[in-house]
Design a protein around this ligand. Structure first.
Ligand code: SAM
Length: 212
């Protein structure tokens, strides 16, 4: 990942959502983006130029635009019409964002539009977040990486966040994933955790090991 001093940035055309620029690069704010927060509180996944990404819960394209600065293509799924309008505008200004208006619970509807991906990123704040991720992992290459941004209160507001976290990890492990990192996103995002896991399979390493 690219850092200027200790500030996470991405290199691309600015002015997407009023983000700050630093030495010609776009500052990627951990308070606005859970993925940026992950790079501050944990290790995360190195985003690489050859990577194909399926992004669930694209919203208005804030984080999508940074991911697109690093990677080859970002298939960006969003089901709400209002953020989709903003996302379309962001996609118009970048050559590698494919906006898809669809329900992430029904991956069969966008299967014809999406190729096999190296990284599945999910940020949908639904009660069945683990199930949605598992269903969409059909698109993930063997050895590919899933990053699940878990909003514990969306799963069950009456259950202790730590328990929701553990249950979600158990569901992913039962589905065959190997957990490589699990971290809360405080102080940037309360009640949110990131779970990173690998889909088992042979020798795939597109997401690892770039020297900047
Ligand atoms: N990832 C965004 C970012 O960092 O800029 C923020 C995502 S916001 C927390 C969650 C988004 O997921 C909302 O825009 C919501 O409309 C969308 N969403 C929720 N459930 C969805 C579903 N089943 N299919 C597609 N999008 C969904």
């Amino acid at each position: 990942m690219i850092r200027i001093g200790d500030v996470l940035v991405s290199r691309g055309e600015g002015g997407v959502y009023g983000e700050r620029m630093l030495a010609g690069a776009r500052v990627w704010d951990p308070y606005r983006s859970k993925l940026a927060a992950l790079y501050y509180v944990g290790t995360g996944v190195e985003l690489l130029p050859g990577m194909r990404v399926l992004y669930l819960g694209a919203a208005n394209g804030t984080t999508v635009s940074h991911v697109a600065d690093y990677t080859e293509v970002v298939y960006s799924v969003e089901f709400a019409p209002h953020p989709m309008q903003d996302l379309l505008e962001v996609a118009r200004r970048r050559r590698n964002i494919v906006p898809i208006m669809a329900d992430a619970c029904r991956p069969e509807l966008y299967a014809p539009l999406v190729e096999a991906v190296d990284l599945l990123y999910q940020d949908v704040a639904q009660p069945d977040q683990a199930d949605i991720a598992i269903r969409n992992c059909a698109f993930l290459k063997e050895g590919g990486t899933l990053i699940l941004m878990l909003k514990t209160r969306s799963v069950d507001v009456r259950k202790a966040p730590g328990l929701v976290f553990q249950d979600t990890i158990a569901s992913l492990e039962t589905a065959g994933f190997v957990i490589t990192e699990q971290v809360w996103l405080v102080p940037y995002h309360q009640d949110h955790a990131a779970i990173i896991c690998t889909k088992p399979g042979a020798g795939h390493n597109a997401g690892r090991g770039r020297d900047e």
